[in-house]
Write a protein that binds this ligand. Sequence first.
Ligand code: HEC
Length: 395
Amino acid sequence: METILQEWVSLFVRWAHIISAIGWIGSSFYFMWLDSSLKKRKGLPMGTKGDSWSVHGGGFYHVVKYEVAPDEMPEALKWFKWESYSTWLTGFTMMFVTYYWSASGLLIDKSVLDLSEGQAIAASMASLAIAWVFYDQLCKSFLRQWPVAVFAVLFVAIVAASWGFQHVFSARAAWLHTGAIIATMMTGNVFFVIIPNSKVLVADLIAGRTPKAEFGEIAKLRSTHNNYLTLPVILMMISNHYPMTYSHPYAWVMVAMALVIGAVVRIFYNRHEAGVHGFAVQWQWPLVAVMAVGMVAFSMWRPDQKVVAVDPVRAMEIVTTRCAVCHSATPSSDMFEEAPAGVMFDTLEQIRAHSGKMIAQAVLANTMPLGNITEITPEERQILGAWLRDGAPAE
Ligand code: HEC
């Protein structure tokens, strides 16, 4: 019963999370485009940076951007902030439902670190807070004069964090946490910097003071970080069901690759939208293609996999004792009334039909058995793998 409830909550929260994220990413991409499309023309009001025309849904739009702020407060002002806040809030709820509700299932892998549920949850929450404080201090440090240096340090810090997570959480949770700390930095930027700085501008306007451009500039820098981090984060969030990413013993290398690929794709869009032509918008896609192939090749290099003899008798025994307690038409585990995810291993045909996913979940990754409740050994994973790769022959 609880499992079914958890599944439903998970589905609805996921739905809400994706809806909010679409709103946030959509508005963020729109404003990046808008900024780069601005043109300075004669006849624009004083103190404006430029204007931009667009057509959408059968109507024409004319947008003007101010250098700092207009002379008077407009009557109605739309703040783009709840797109970001709701994405973080629904994301954290998902973290709660998926990883904290039953922490021994997905968050903890006792073969990585023997944590209690409380310790693992505390470590998870602390990592989000620490990541934000570190990043915020980095942006305020003396390095802020060199935005590229800030980016370089941030890149190394994220990769180092993902390496650290691999030594604390299960592989899947480690990968997700890397995405979660980046997403926390991004929402932190909106909540602690971009919106407060914009509020200073508005307060100055109302008080009749000339707002300082500096506040707008700081907000813009954070907003640019968000722009380059968006695509890698999306990959980290959606690849939770693709063990070839997170299950790698050097998953942190793939984190580095994803960060670079995502940023290069954004460079293309930013330049393309600014109307740049020629080589400046031509080098990105070939480079991305090469790096994507590199990522695939890297994922296939698995120094942790051993060659063992095919042993159908032992392999069947492993499936029966380690997997079929849950994955059966009649599960003997009291956690489940039905086979989880509809996946059953009662017959050879069923096993063969799922062999690719079984290898992914239980041989290449330690995601299954759930929380290793049935205590499969590393050696048994290799025996299962050899048998499945051989087509799961009968005894
Ligand atoms: C304690 C119960 C339990 C045991 C034991 C267990 N699983 Fe699972 N399995 C689950 C649950 C729950 C899910 C659904 C997870 C999800 O949707 O994220 C699942 C899902 C799966 C999936 C589908 C994944 C997908 O992406 O569609 C496969 C394949 C799988 N398990 C293989 C195995 C193998 C192989 C074993 C034995 C080595 C095993 N499981 C042992 C509970 C279990």
